[in-house]
Ligand binder design. Sequence first.
Ligand SMILES: [Mg+2]
Length: 251
Amino acid sequence: MDLQRTALPAPPMDLLQHASLFLDFDGTLVELAAQPDGVSVEDRLHDLLARLSIKLEGRIAIISGRPAAQVRKLFRDPPFAIAGSHGHELYWPDGRIVTPTNDGQHDSLLTQMRQLEDRHPGLIVEDKPFGVALHYRLAPQAGDDCIHLAKRLATEKGYQLQTGKMVVELMLPGADKGEAVIALLSQAPMAGARPIFVGDDDTDEAGFRMATRLGGAGILVGAPRATAAVFGLDDVDATLRWLEAAGGAAP
Ligand SMILES: [Mg+2]
């Protein structure tokens, strides 16, 4: 697939007709925060997703790197599916939860990352259900050390390395956002519907590629860059406005 580097066209207003909508969270629906717990879901977003869920007859899901339980809490037990931890966890709207078992390496990863955290004020280690993330937005001088450590641990422990915006993360292998799209599309109510994936970061590329492969499309949020998405929206605000106009307008 050719990667696009030029500015992408805005998605058409009828793109969500009969579609299944997959939404990244941070940097897509809410602005990136300096710390992972520094975000909240405002009423505007809460109401928008509730209306979209009705319009799309439940064919909507959040696919986030955050733990699924955290996303569910932020949205106050929403009526849609959540894929958390980059697709490792699936929370279905009917209450079913599908998660893998951890592999016993987690504590060792956490210990080594905490040692680095102790040396760099501002560096934040995030303990996640199926991985560990190092956030260096508040300690940019530690970025190289973070990436170096994460690369070494990924090799030693057989973990998957994922870089993002001022964050580097080690994840239990075997899942990505594209796999989450397949899993969610395998069952009602999404089965058979065209997938539309909206996201802003490197981890969303797997979602864009899978959506395209399955007859749908990706929408990149943010500045043009090499991407598998075919449509673009400038920022979080433009994304919310497009979602409202394309199907989630207040009555
Ligand atoms: Mg994001």
